[in-house]
Design a protein around this ligand. Structure first.
Ligand SMILES: Nc1ncnc2c1ncn2[C@@H]1O[C@H](COP(=O)(O)OP(=O)(O)O)[C@@H](O)[C@H]1O
Ligand SMILES: [Mg+2]
Length: 219
């Protein structure tokens, strides 16, 4: 459903963040992206979310070429990213933040409430719905950011180290939540440092180092 061909990303300061990355993402895949800090994981996810454009190389999706003419707001109806640094609006409530993708689509208020309640309950945040984001812990903000990415039921879910701020117990709950989403047929691409051990079907894994894919396999 998405294909990256020889993707190179050079930031304006000259840093080569991705170096000839080739990757095919198929419908329903669960793909882990691993590698040390600075390997290029976030850059790869941001390119897939159209926050950044490749310096060289090509991207194809849903049978079409993706480039600067592709409208990000339309793209993000299909592809959502939960950011490593959350990107939440701190002085707005959890409800206002989490329902943003639905507001953009023009959904009505009762739909927003219903979806927010369901998603927050499955993330263990039901009682935080009307709290301001700045009143939350790091782990809670992380889950709100995940909730915002899933609430509009995208076809592809991109997750940038979604377990980074969570204790082991919460991380296990969140991994089960992500697995359940994938089992419904939603494609998941997730960067991570820690793998939570669990009984699921094999997942694809790609390892980045200095912007290059140095290993591909299954875990
Ligand atoms: N906006 C930016 N401007 C310049 N360099 C950047 C920028 N973002 C990331 N980098 C650099 O690109 C490389 C890859 O970074 P990143 O994709 O964030 O890696 P990871 O997520 O694996 O830690 C690093 O060397 C990082 O310092
Ligand atoms: Mg990163």
């Amino acid at each position: 459903m998405i294909e990256l061909k020889n993707i190179v990303k050079v930031y304006p300061n000259g840093t080569v963040a991705l170096d000839k990355v080739n990757l095919k993402i198929n419908k329903g895949d669960f793909i882990y992206i691993v590698g040390e800090s600075g390997a290029g994981k976030t850059t790869l996810l941001r390119i897939l979310h159209l926050d950044e454009y490749p310096t060289r190389g090509e991207m194809f999706a849903f049978g079409k070429r993706v480039d600067k003419r592709t409208k990000p707001y339309l793209w993000r109806r299909k592809v959502q990213l939960a950011y490593q640094d959350f990107m939440l609006i701190e002085d707005r409530t959890v409800f206002e933040n989490i329902t943003l993708p639905l507001q953009v689509k023009g959904e009505n208020y009762s739909m927003l409430v219903q979806r927010a309640e369901t998603v927050l309950a499955s993330l263990g945040l039901r009682d935080k719905m009307h709290k301001l984001v700045r009143e939350l812990s790091g782990g809670e903000k992380q889950r709100v950011s995940l909730g915002r990415a899933v609430i509009s039921e995208p076809e592809i879910l991109l997750l940038d180290e979604p377990l980074g701020n969570l204790d082991m117990e919460t991380a296990t709950v969140i991994m089960n939540f992500i697995d359940a989403i994938n089992e419904r047929g939603i494609t998941v691409v997730m960067s991570t440092h820690h793998m939570v051990k669990r009984e699921t079907s094999p997942k694809r894994i790609i390892k980045l180092k200095n912007g290059r894919i140095i290993a591909k396999g299954y875990v």
